[in-house]
Write a protein that binds this ligand. Structure first.
Ligand code: NAD
Length: 455
């Protein structure tokens, strides 16, 4: 098993997995590695299972994915040479509906990352009340190092390799880190080509497509929109409202930039930003709309591929970034970025998890000790999959919704998910992450109770 420690981070001191998860890990044959992302995410769920008294057989089922698919496929490069690529699709659970989850295109993606993200999708879809299970996939590739024509061949060949394992009623991929709507369009077209005798609308086998090819209005900003919907719902409990908040964003890609733009439009002030190219600050405020334009500038026009060199803010160090006083900190980059050292440095009241699993259990214990509230990822970033569900419904019914309807329906789902989380916190007197898992597990438990285990 791989341990996900980012190159810019020291490994955190081992944090023991909750004692209650140890026997389940042993029963399903999972190594008890406290720094392993999969052990960490499943361990947090098993803690929720213990608190609510989830039956043992459900803990076993949910501790491992149903299917782990790994493919290798050759692709011709622009210079005529061939390269072999590795791709993944993990289907964690489909008790509530088809497997659903994004595709990560990253040079450092491993099976364990994909398993963790697939597991989180099962929990997220259950909590937010959409009729999906959880899946995730990826290709070990750095999309920035390939031309558009090479990426098209890589994506189409990967789609062909997993075509028998996906489908509009079985497993529905979407974008994640490193993948975008153009990639989804190539997947939809390839799948349609391969399944011409198939269902009524094969493009529904993938969401996050461009608007011109079956995408939904509001999908691109949906995860950021959901982060801000969750903040607006939960901040009053901390006697805060957006207009009183300064905030910080780590990662300024899809989730980070949209969270930044939408939270700013609600009156909050963005003061520090970090990404893989560096860290910046402006106490008078960084205009998230302007920064997003800068980040997307092509290299040929002076773009740096990130926030580095942004002229309307000053460069700061990583330590200065984490220590800067803000009300809200939004991690929207990769997993395990808030370990103990970062948690000790953070100077905020709320961490709103835009990224998946950005906080390690050891980091979270530090945040709890320091009285910092964490809005957990399976609640906070569920907006993306919710609007993906709306896209799928529109594809299946051959209808288009206007943006007002998409945003309104999304808000209803986010408020309901926040309500389920708050109810569980009240009932079990636990932290918000445990409460969110309990909210998700309650729905899964009811489904398993009525459907039973075949045969
Ligand atoms: P993205 O590729 O658009 O952006 C990723 C960002 O992370 C970039 O700004 C990059 O600079 C930054 N980053 C990468 N490595 C970093 C490092 N070492 N230090 C600091 N910053 C770093 O990806 P995204 O779609 O915005 O996804 C971000 C997170 O949100 C991921 O955890 C993803 O799984 C999660 N998420 C995404 C969606 C979605 O709809 N896109 C939905 C739910 C959850």
């Amino acid at each position: 098993m791989t341990t996900m420690t980012r190159p810019d981070q020291k490994a955190a001191a081992p944090a023991p997995a909750p004692a209650t998860s140890n026997h389940i890990f042993r029963e399903v044959g999972l190594p008890e590695d406290p720094n392993n992302l999969y052990s960490q995410t499943v361990g947090s769920m098993l803690h929720g299972a213990e608190v609510m008294g989830l039956p043992h057989y459900l803990r076993l089922i949910l501790a491992q994915p149903k299917n782990e698919i790994m493919v290798h496929f050759p692709v011709k490069m622009d210079d005529g040479s061939f390269r072999l690529f590795k791709g993944y699709r993990v289907q964690h659970n489909n008790a509530l509906g088809p497997y659903k989850g994004g595709l990560r295109f990253h040079h450092d993606v491993h099976l364990d990352d994909v398993k963790s993200l697939a597991f989180l999708m099962t929990m997220k879809c259950s909590l937010v009340g959409v009729p999906y299970g959880g899946g995730k996939g990826g290709i070990k590739v750095d999309p920035r190092k390939h031309s558009a024509t090479e990426m098209e061949r890589i994506v189409r060949r990967f789609t062909t390799a997993i075509a028998h394992q996906i489908g509009p009623d079985y497993d529905i991929p979407a974008p994640d880190v490193g993948s975008n709507s153009q990639h989804m369009a190539w997947i939809a077209d390839t799948y349609t080509f391969l399944s011409e005798i198939g269902g009524s609308n094969p493009t529904a086998t993938v969401t996050g497509k461009p608007i011109e090819y079956g995408g939904s209005l509001g999908r691109e900003k949906a995860t950021g929109q959901g982060v801000v919907d969750t903040l607006c719902e939960m901040l009053p409990e901390l006697k805060l409202e957006p207009k009183q908040c300064t905030f910080s964003v780590l990662g300024f890609g899809n989730v980070g930039s949209w969270s930044g733009k939408i939270f700013q439009d609600k009156g909050a002030k963005l003061v520090t930003v970090g990404d893989h190219t560096g860290f910046i600050k402006n106490d008078k405020g960084i205009d998230a709309h302007d920064l997003a334009v800068y980040v997307n500038k092509p290299k040929s026009e002076g773009g740096t591929g990130g926030i580095a060199g942004y002229p309307k803010a000053e460069k700061i160090t990583k330590e200065e970034f984490y220590k800067h006083k803000v009300e809200v900190f939004i991690p929207a980059a990769l997993e395990q970025m808030i370990q103990e050292p970062e948690a000790e440095m953070l100077n905020c009241k709320v961490v709103a998890e835009g990224a998946n699993a950005p906080t390690t259990p050891a980091g979270e214990r530090v945040l709890q000790r320091r009285g910092i509230e964490v809005l957990p990822a399976i609640l906070c970033n569920a907006g993306g999959v919710t609007v993906s569900y709306f896209e799928w419904v529109q594809n299946k019914t051959f209808k288009s919704w206007d943006l007002e309807r998409v945003d309104g329906e999304l808000k209803k789902h986010m408020i309901a998910a926040a309500g389920r989380t708050r109810d569980a916190r009240r009932k079990y007197k636990c932290d918000l992450r445990t409460a969110a898992y309990i909210g998700a597990l309650e729905r899964l438990q009811k489904a398993y109770e009525v459907r039973g285990i075949f045969p």
